[in-house]
Design a protein around this ligand. Structure first.
Ligand code: NAD
Length: 332
C-alpha cells in the first residue's frame, strides 16, 4: 500500500516492524561482520523506512536507523573520540535521482556546481592521525563520534605511511579494503580449514581490521585509499581535487579514478566509464560518489545529523553476475 494511504496507527506499526528488521540487519553487518542479507535488500528496507518517515515526520525517533551512523564499537577496543564526526552518506539508486540531487543543489547555490567524482570503495572508513609527521593513532568510524582504536592493526598495513615527508600535524581519512583476489584466497583457505567464510570483501576487511590480535590483521592482505584531509583549508587546500593531489604528495595511496565533473554530461561520462570497471578492478566498489569540489561551498552547505549535504553516493545495481563468477572461482 502506498505510504500516503497509511493511517498514523498503521504507520506506527509499520515503522516499528521496519526498524526492528533493519536493526537486526545492522547488528549482523556492523557488529558481527556477517550480513544476514545482500546490501540491496537492506537498502530497499531502509528506503521504505525513509519514505514512511517522510510521510509521518512526527513519528521519527532519535534512535531510528535513519538518524544514526551505523557501526558500533566492539568490546576490547580502546575508544577514540572523533572531534569532527565521521558521517554516513546520502545515496540514490537511479540516474534520475542523481540528476535531481544535482539540479536541486545548482538551484540552491544559484550556479552550476562542480563536483569531484570518485569511486565508492566498498570497505570501512578509517581515520589516521599524524603528529609531527608520525602516525600516532588510527581508528574506525564507530557510531560516527566514538570509534575503535586500531592503531596497532593499521601499523601492520604496508600501504599506510608511518611517517610523512613533512612534520605535519594532520588527520586524514579514507577507506580500508581487501583486494578481491586476496579475499578469494582468504575464503578458500578458511573453507579448507572448515572456518566460516566472509560474505564479501567489505566484511572481510572489517573482520580483519577489527581484531584484538594485530598479528591476525598482519596475515590478511589489507590496503587503503585515502580521500579526506580534515580541516584541509588549514593546509592551503581549497578543493577536494587539490586535497587528493596533496594526499598523494604526502605519500598516501589515492585512488587514481577521481575526476572533476563540471556538468551533467561530465557526470554521465564518468558513470558510463566507471560502471564496467567494477568487474575488473581488484577492489570492491559499490557506486560512485559526487563531492562538491569547492571546500568553502562544502562548509556552507554543512551536514544533517547523519550525512553531509554536499555529497551523494550513486549506488550500482546489485551485482548478481559478479557474485556467481566468484562462487565458481572458489569451487574450481
Ligand atoms: P555507506 O557505506 O553507504 O556510505 C558512507 C561510507 O562510504 C563512508 O563512511 C566511507 O567509508 C565510504 N566511502 C567509500 N568510498 C568513499 C569515497 N570515495 N569518499 C567518501 N566516502 C567513501 O554508508 P553507511 O551508512 O556506512 O552504510 C550503509 C550501507 O551499508 C548501505 O547502503 C548498505 O548497502 C550497507 N549495509 C548493509 C547491510 C546488510 O545487511 N547487507 C546492513 C547495514 C548496512
Amino acid at each position: 500500500k502506498p505510504v500516503d494511504q497509511y493511517s498514523e496507527a498503521e504507520a506506527t506499526k509499520a515503522l516499528a516492524d521496519l526498524r526492528a528488521r533493519i536493526n537486526q540487519y545492522r547488528e549482523a553487518y556492523y557488529t558481527k561482520d556477517a550480513p544476514l542479507v545482500e546490501d540491496y535488500v537492506y537498502d530497499a528496507a531502509y528506503e521504505d523506512l525513509q519514505a514512511l518517515e517522510k510521510q509521518f515526520p512526527q513519528l521519527v525517533t532519535p534512535d531510528s536507523p535513519t538518524q544514526l551512523v551505523g557501526d558500533v564499537t566492539l568490546p576490547g577496543f580502546t575508544k577514540v573520540r572523533h572531534d569532527i564526526p565521521m558521517l554516513s552518506m546520502g545515496d540514490v539508486f537511479s540516474y534520475d535521482e542523481l540528476k535531481a540531487f544535482v539540479t536541486r543543489l545548482d538551484d540552491n547555490v544559484g550556479e552550476t556546481v562542480a563536483y569531484n567524482a570518485e569511486l565508492k570503495i566498498d570497505g570501512l572508513a578509517l581515520s589516521l592521525v599524524y603528529q609531527q609527521g608520525r602516525l600516532v593513532e588510527a581508528s574506525t568510524r564507530g557510531d560516527g563520534v566514538i570509534g575503535e582504536d586500531v592503531t596497532r592493526n593499521i601499523k601492520t598495513i604496508k600501504a599506510v605511511p608511518q611517517k610523512l615527508p613533512q612534520p605535519l600535524d594532520v588527520e586524514v581519512r579514507g577507506e580500508c579494503y581487501m583486494p578481491v583476489s586476496s579475499f578469494a584466497k582468504l575464503n578458500e583457505a578458511r573453507e579448507s580449514r572448515g572456518e566460516p567464510i566472509f560474505a564479501n570483501p567489505r566484511n572481510a576487511a572489517a573482520g580483519s581490521l577489527r581484531q584484538l590480535n594485530p598479528r591476525i590483521t598482519k596475515e590478511r592482505d589489507l590496503s587503503v585509499w585515502l580521500y579526506t584531509i580534515v580541516n584541509a583549508q588549514n593546509y592551503g587546500i581549497t578543493t577536494q581535487a587539490d586535497a587528493l593531489r596533496t594526499l598523494s604528495e604526502w605519500g598516501f595511496p589515492v585512488n587514481p579514478n577521481g575526476r572533476v565533473c563540471r556538468s551533467v554530461e561530465d557526470i554521465d561520462q564518468y558513470i558510463s566509464e566507471m560502471t564496467p570497471q567494477r568487474q575488473t578492478l581488484d577492489y570492491g566498489i559499490d557506486g560512485i560518489v559526487l563531492k562538491v569540489n569547492d571546500l568553502d561551498l562544502q562548509a556552507q552547505l554543512g551536514n544533517t545529523v547523519k550525512v553531509p549535504r554536499w555529497e551523494i553516493a550513486y549506488k550500482f545495481p546489485p551485482e548478481m553476475a559478479h557474485t556467481i563468477i566468484r562462487d565458481i572461482t572458489w569451487t574450481v
